[in-house]
Write a protein that binds this ligand. Structure first.
Ligand code: NI
Length: 176
């Protein structure tokens, strides 16, 4: 049975730890974490969730890009589980764009991220996968990946003036 878990909020120690590598995805604790991660993300309007955000300090994340009121320009994709992910940029190009985080409600900020990346991970079936990601999905990956290293997107903000309230953000995208 999967359980919707509370989302760890900024200040919680688990968000500042380096999460541990997953050794055995078939271990019952891992299987439970995986199903709770899917259930917890589905209960929100987020486009990604990392295991530390449900207080499970393991290197796994889900990306589930879909258009919503929060992210009207997001492409549609199946929720994808990535275990022990890694990535490299395949070009130096970076873009600055808006991000938000379920662990930091009420805030949005502009953050630079690589536009074109190549990711490696183990999928839910235990297979090694290599995939190129770009644009919004690459951004979501890099945001979630940071959670595995104890970082949050505010750590990447270049100027405090790039941080705004969610209500101002919603006004901003309504006029664009
Ligand atoms: Ni986040």
């Amino acid at each position: 049975m999967s359980e919707v878990r509370a989302i760890a909020q900024l200040g919680a120690e688990v968000l500042r730890l380096r999460a541990q590598e997953v050794q055995d995805i078939n271990a019952s604790e891992m299987q439970e974490t995986i199903s709770d991660l899917f259930a917890s993300l589905a209960s929100t309007n987020g486009v990604g969730l990392a295991a530390p955000q449900i207080s499970a300090s393991w290197r796994m994340l889900i990306i589930a890009s879909r258009p919503s009121a929060r992210y009207p320009y997001a492409p549609e994709m199946e929720p994808t589980l990535m275990i022990n992910p890694s990535f490299e940029c395949i070009s130096d190009v970076q873009e600055k764009d808006w991000e938000g985080c379920l662990s930091i409600p009420g805030i949005r900020a502009k953050v630079p991220r690589y536009t074109f990346i190549k990711v490696n991970y183990t999928n839910a079936q235990g297979e090694a996968v290599t995939q190129n990601l770009d644009g919004f999905v690459a951004r979501v990956f890099q945001h979630e990946y940071d959670h595995l290293d104890g970082l949050v997107y505010l750590d990447r903000v270049e100027n405090n003036k790039d941080i705004i309230s969610e209500s101002e953000f919603l006004k901003l995208i309504a006029t664009n």
